[in-house]
Design a protein around this ligand. Structure first.
Ligand SMILES: [Zn+2]
Length: 186
């Protein structure tokens, strides 16, 4: 349901009201049709295009199809300032079919983490029965982890591992490790 990045909690605005939804742009590619607020459409489009380029190179067709199918659950990426709980960068709600909310904290992350945050929320939208559970690797993180590889955090991990498996740089390793700690049984 929710993706919590404690690192960015200090950046949150407190007490500001939600923006009304303004002009909307629509991103269409590879079977995805995603509306997004016009003010952030360029950034979202650049991220999606770049990752879709990578997804198309994935040789394992089951995994490629899984990613595209999961992403197709997203119909609207709604950018508002304080739409998610404190400290979150993105969230979704069973009551808002196909809609993901993002806020200003979302854009503080590197593009790859923005994408996996969308993938995470898309998995929630797709299945609607993933409730996060207690973190067994880091109990101090509370109930913001998942049990298996099929979960929202599990899918993030699977994607990052696939993309960065041969990369030896610290940044890639850090991003993978961060999500690895959120999946209890891998
Ligand atoms: Zn979640």
């Amino acid at each position: 349901m929710k993706k919590l990045i404690h690192l960015f909690s200090v950046l949150l605005f407190v007490g500001c009201s939600s923006n009304p939804v303004g002009p909307v742009a629509t991103f269409k590619q590879d079977g995805l049709v995603i509306s997004v607020n016009a003010e952030v459409a360029d950034k979202i489009e650049a991220t999606l295009k770049s990752e879709l380029l990578y997804i198309k190179t994935i040789a394992e067709s089951d995994f490629k199809n899984e990613l595209l199918k999961t992403l197709s659950s997203i119909s609207f990426i709604d950018y508002q300032k304080d739409n998610c709980a404190r400290g979150q960068v993105a969230c979704s709600d069973k009551m808002n079919d196909g809609k993901i909310f993002i806020n200003q904290n979302f854009f503080q992350m590197p593009s790859i983490e923005q994408f996996t945050a969308l993938l995470h929320e898309a998995r929630h939208l797709e299945s609607q029965n993933f409730e996060h559970m207690k973190c067994s690797k880091r109990p101090e993180w509370g109930y913001e982890c998942d049990e298996s590889i099929n979960s929202p955090y599990g899918l993030e991990y699977k994607y990052l591992l696939h993309k960065f498996i041969n990369k030896k740089d610290d940044q890639s390793a850090r991003v993978i490790q961060k999500i690895f700690l959120r999946v209890n049984k891998i």
